[in-house]
Ligand binder design. Structure first.
Ligand code: AMP
Length: 424
């Protein structure tokens, strides 16, 4: 594969994609699939990523979900696959952090390969490995999987990566957060083709990601779409100041007032998620919940119901905070203020997708003032405080957030409390 020696760094902030899919010289099959999917014009991420990937370059793109990033790598990968008759084993591998994302990325590949003779499978833990082995044996071109399970298949010799020319690390920052670095490195080292094309998508690019890219990528084209997503122009962001004991009452009132088309309510812990969903079910219908204690088939069923709009309210931990794409989500409610401001960005990124409007409410209680300020620094805007009729406040959580205070907190950023790893 041709790998030019130029490293480009582009900040694509505010890029209006003037390119059309037709300009990209895609195959007729792909053009038909795009039409069928209703994708008329490329999103900025797609306009930036597709051409260099089609050109055979390694690409590192800083982009969130909701920006069309999956198709940004799926389109050029599918366009470059050799026909089944030429190569019958796996040609492209996509590594993702969660099972839900594996299913979602697989679905996007299948949608875009609708008029092509290519097969994509999702392999992830919690599902029968035997079934996956059978699927792999039948011959697939693209594998989307979580690192642990992919490695498991490599060790069992049920996944043959000798002909794999493209590896994509999707949500790379999240994979490293979860502790997948050793697995990812083992997988990358096990791919023998010298002309490997490596793609890396990540919402944030901390030094750990840069090191990974340096070690395993060949002079990548670096594209930064992060500003587009973080500004969250299509998302209105508000917060309520609320006593801990009044949070449930506030939630009920808010849901009754807003009547969301579909909402995700985020909690910090698995137990909290379960308890909140149980309470909500007493007064609302179409409520579901999803967290890491549930087994995979149950999680898949819940996500399917939510996608099919049989569920209107989904109570969740951050396990669905990243990567899950349901375009009808109108409301994000942070019942617990996220401890990690990147989680906040990912949570609110579930709404306002592909230009649709969305609203995010964050409940801020007694001890959360500092977290709120950190979030405001991260999104570079002050969240507007709103009030609920009939619920007067005993006390303001924070009255003194102003630009000077933000600047002061920005200066001490990095010296904050240690992050604790939560089981999501
Ligand atoms: P992603 O960022 O990959 O999670 O995609 C977000 C959503 O945008 C998904 O529902 C995609 O199906 C949809 N999408 C991706 N590309 C386009 C496009 N060019 N036009 C319209 N919708 C798109």
């Amino acid at each position: 594969m041709n790998k030019p020696n130029n490293q480009k760094k582009t900040n694509s902030q505010n890029t209006q994609s003037e390119v059309s899919f037709a300009d990209m010289e895609l195959t007729d099959e792909m053009m038909k699939a795009l039409e069928r999917a209703g994708y008329e014009t490329p999103s900025p991420v797609q306009a930036g990523v597709i051409p260099p990937v089609l050109d055979g370059q390694d690409v590192m793109g800083q982009a969130q979900t909701g920006t069309g990033k999956t198709a940004a790598f799926a389109i050029p990968i599918l366009e470059q696959l050799a026909p089944r008759e030429e190569i019958s084993s796996v040609q492209a591998l996509v590594l993702v952090p969660t099972r839900e994302l594996a299913v979602q990325v697989r679905n996007e590949f299948e949608k875009l390969a609708y008029f092509m003779d290519f097969k994509t499978v999702a392999i992830y833990g919690g599902h029968s490995i035997r079934k996956q082995i059978e699927e792999l044996k039948r011959g697939v071109q693209v594998v989307v999987g979580t690192p642990g399970r992919v490695l498991d298949h490599i060790r069992r010799k049920t996944l043959d990566l000798r002909e794999t020319w493209c590896v994509t690390l999707d949500e790379a920052d999240r994979m490293l957060d979860i502790g997948f670095r050793p697995d990812i490195e083992r997988i990358l080292s096990s791919i023998s083709r010298k002309d490997r094309q490596t793609l890396l998508l990540s919402a944030t690019v901390p030094p750990s990601i840069e090191r990974l890219a340096k070690r395993y990528m060949h002079e990548p084209t670096v594209l930064d779409f992060s500003k587009d997503a973080v500004s969250g122009d299509s998302i209105e962001q508000y917060y309520f100041s609320v006593d801990k004991v009044k949070k449930f009452e506030l939630l009920e009132r808010l849901l009754n007032r807003e009547k969301p088309e579909q909402a995700i309510i985020f909690c910090r812990t698995r137990r909290g998620t379960y308890k909140l969903a149980k309470r909500l079910k007493e007064s609302f219908s179409h409520v579901g919940c999803i967290h890491g204690d549930m087994n995979q088939p149950v999680r898949d069923r819940v996500m399917k119901k939510f996608r099919d709009e049989q569920l209107k309210i989904l109570v969740a931990t951050d396990v669905v905070g990243r990567g899950i794409d349901v375009t009808t989500i109108s409301h994000i409610i942070n019942f617990d203020t996220p401890e990690d401001c990147d989680d906040y960005v990912h949570r609110i990124g579930r709404t306002g997708r592909m230009g649709k409007e969305g609203v995010a409410y964050t409940f801020v209680s007694e001890d959360d003032g500092e977290l709120l300020t950190r979030i405001e620094i991260r999104v570079n805007q002050l969240l507007e405080q709103v009030y609920m009729e009939g619920m007067e406040l005993k006390r303001e959580v924070k009255q003194d957030v102003n630009p000077e205070r933000l600047a002061a907190v920005a200066a001490m950023r990095g010296r904050g409390p240690k992050k604790h790893r939560r089981r999501l």
